[in-house]
Design a protein around this ligand. Structure first.
Ligand SMILES: [Zn+2]
Ligand SMILES: [Zn+2]
Length: 400
């Protein structure tokens, strides 16, 4: 009798449920409809489509609407079934979807921007429609009257926008790498502060109103967690992507952050651990371990007849060290370094195997992600790629 083949234990990973592939161009934004096997997509191919899962298991459009120009972004409110679509022309078109998602009725149009709308966000509690455009304006309109209420000039194009209903703060992430925090009134706004931490564009923002934490993702491959609720000015860096971060979603019920990047990487971060801030890099004219001079320290080089060395920094203690005193590499997950980084020899000794236990899991969506949406009630994740494909994933094996 042939030996029984034991199945290998499966590594826990997102499970691909479906692919939607009928697009002529990239899907700029798509969302999963809660409590419904459905997806709404807006695309550069000028279409707005509602997809419902049929008995065959495939998604077929129940609504197929063609606009005159590309659709750049959207916001969908499931309670009112209101769909706000940002257009390449600068206008925002609103539609109401029928209860069975088989019909879409135009509601109103806003002439919001001069140039492409980059982000749109409908806030039901305020009846506000927030939007940003390539004209560098951040505007908000009353969604009942259609009137523009206020405007704010941003320093660069905005690619991330979040709103805290309780305190009426808007978080505006732009292409210069900064996040501007604005306090909105009915028809005016005031600048509260600016967060500067990224060396590349801010590409995504995610706000957790419970813990009062803002996550920002950037083309510099990093994510920064800005702890506003903690009131200590703590900002934790999360390094786990090898390419531009393109999307961020927070699963508050499990306290996990889901992030994706343009190389297809999906990272799931356990946020139920306390991480430490990375240290400031110290400046020194000589290695803070072996005291050998660095190459610009001519006097000591001459006095001690030693060759000047290049300065490096230990990522754990921040000390300025030479290459010889920092020859080893280590991950430091509790400082957000899921990849190996330079550490000095004494820090390397102090890091235990327990310290090196990863606090994130790494997965491959196998397409270059431009947009992502997580729906907590179904536990499903949607990714849209440059390959013009939308993928639906069951995240329950990894977000739990
Ligand atoms: Zn040294
Ligand atoms: Zn060190």
């Amino acid at each position: 009798m042939a030996a029984e083949i034991q199945p290998q234990p499966q590594a826990r990973k997102p499970c691909l449920l479906s692919k939607i592939e009928a697009f002529q161009d990239v899907v700029s934004t798509a969302v999963i409809i809660p409590k419904e096997d459905g997806v709404i997509s807006v695309s550069e191919d000028r279409t707005i489509r509602v997809w419902l899962k049929r008995d065959s298991g495939q998604y077929w459009p129940s609504v197929y609407h063609t606009m005159t120009t590309s659709c750049s972004c959207m916001s969908f409110n499931p309670e009112t079934r209101r769909l706000s679509v940002g257009m390449d022309t600068g206008s925002i078109c609103e539609f109401i979807l029928s209860e069975d998602y088989n019909k879409m009725t135009p509601a109103s149009t806003y002439q919001a921007h001069q140039g492409r709308v980059t982000v749109v966000l409908f806030v039901l509690e305020m009846e506000w429609l927030l939007s940003t455009g390539q004209d560098k304006n951040f505007n908000w309109h009353c969604s009942e009257s259609g009137q523009q209420l206020g405007t704010y000039r941003t320093t660069a194009w905005v690619s991330g926008l979040q709103f805290d209903v309780e305190t009426r703060h808007a978080f505006v992430g732009d292409q210069s790498g900064q996040v501007t925090i604005l306090k909105l009134e009915q028809d005016s706004c005031s600048l509260v502060t600016t967060f500067k931490g990224h060396t590349g564009n801010v590409t995504a923002l995610c706000w957790d109103p419970v813990q009062r934490v803002l996550f920002s993702g950037s083309s510099d491959h990093s994510i920064i967690m800005w702890d506003i609720g903690g009131r200590k000015g703590t900002a934790i860096e999360l390094q786990g992507h090898n390419d531009k971060v393109q999307g961020l979603c927070y699963a508050s019920h499990t306290r996990q952050l889901i992030s994706c990047s343009s190389d297809g990487g999906i990272v799931i971060w356990n946020m139920d651990v306390s991480r430490q801030e990375t240290p400031e890099w110290l400046d020194s004219d000589s290695c803070q371990k072996c005291e050998q001079p660095f190459f610009w320290n001519f006097k000591q080089m001459w006095d001690s007849k030693k060759i000047g060395l290049r300065q490096h920094h230990c990522r754990k203690c921040g000390q300025a060290v030479c290459g010889k005193c920092s020859s080893k590499r280590s991950t430091i997950p509790l400082m957000g370094f899921e990849f190996e980084v330079r550490v000095c020899d004494s820090c390397h000794e102090s890091i235990t195997d327990d310290d090196r236990a990863p606090t994130a899991t790494f997965h491959d969506s196998k397409h270059s992600v431009v947009h992502m949406h997580y729906e907590p009630t179904t536990g499903n994740l949607l990714t849209s790629g440059t390959d013009k494909v939308v993928k639906l994933w069951d995240m329950s094996p990894v977000v739990s």
